[in-house]
Design a protein around this ligand. Structure first.
Ligand code: RP5
Length: 163
């Protein structure tokens, strides 16, 4: 059975960005479960989820959080599943606070951190991880790349007429 991807976010205010990851995973027919769990406001629920995630059929966990964004790091501390962090631009510091809080993990507990608000790439990276053992996902990813190339080449053709 296909492994699920968990998407956790520190607040429902992160949902507008997180939707990008949900949509991309839906497009790839990868089962997704979405939760609001905070490293600070619901630490027990977040840790319990991470501790049980492998047994519950998840293959990757994506964590989105802003400000002092400790969610991805705390989740990574409670599981050996790969954890992908999305730093959310939610504060007066333009997301740099969340980026540094997410990316600067100590040796031994990695978090694969994407760009600030980089939800689509988080989903694609999660799919690539699952695609290592799932040829169908890999085929979908290759089709996505081919489409991307065609889109850019079409833009190049169009710009030849416009300029
Ligand atoms: C973080 O604080 C959340 O991930 C969110 O990005 C930010 C603001 O949360 P709210 O005050 O909107 O709930 O923990």
């Amino acid at each position: 059975m296909r492994k699920k991807v968990a998407i956790l976010m520190g607040s429902d205010s992160d949902l507008p960005i997180v939707k990008g990851a949900i949509n991309t995973l839906n497009d790839l027919s990868i089962p997704v479960e979405v939760h609001v769990f905070s490293a600070h406001r619901t630490p027990k629920q977040a840790c319990d989820f991470a501790s049980n995630a492998k047994a519950d059929g998840f293959g990757v966990i994506i964590c989105a959080a802003g400000k002092a964004a400790h969610l991805a790091g705390v989740i990574a501390a409670h599981t050996t599943l790969p954890v992908i962090g999305i730093p959310i631009k939610s504060s007066t510091l333009d997301g740099l606070d969340a980026l540094l809080s997410t990316v600067q993990m100590p040796k031994g507990i990695p978090v694969a951190t994407v760009a600030i608000d980089g939800a689509d790439n988080a989903a694609i990276l999660a799919a690539q991880i699952l695609g290592v053992c799932d040829d169908e996902i890999n085929t979908e990813l290759e089709a996505m790349r081919t489409q991307m190339t065609e889109d850019v080449l079409e833009k190049d053709r169009r710009i030849q007429f416009e300029i």
